[in-house]
Design a protein around this ligand. Structure first.
Ligand code: FES
Length: 75
């Protein structure tokens, strides 16, 4: 699981790249895209959509709710 704070809004996606077994959690970018550290595939954080080759498929994104300071995810 990856959690992102983009200008105060929280997003969550699956952690593993769809191209290989690379963790996406190592990218500390402040942009709305996350880049895979292994082959630089890219994904749109709010939707999980694959936006850059060689990422072949979207990563899963999760609905997020912040309640009393706790981040809650919905499957
Ligand atoms: Fe992520 Fe190749 S493992 S782009």
């Amino acid at each position: 699981m990856c959690l992102y704070n983009l200008r105060g809004k929280i997003f969550a996606t699956h952690d593993t790249c769809t191209h290989g077994q690379a963790s996406l959690a190592t990218d500390s970018s402040k942009a709305r895209e996350i880049e895979c550290p292994l082959h630089q595939g890219k994904f749109h954080i709010p939707s999980g959509k694959a936006t850059g080759v060689p990422a072949p498929r979207n990563i899963r994104s999760y609905a997020v709710k912040v309640e009393d300071g706790a981040v809650l995810l919905k499957e």
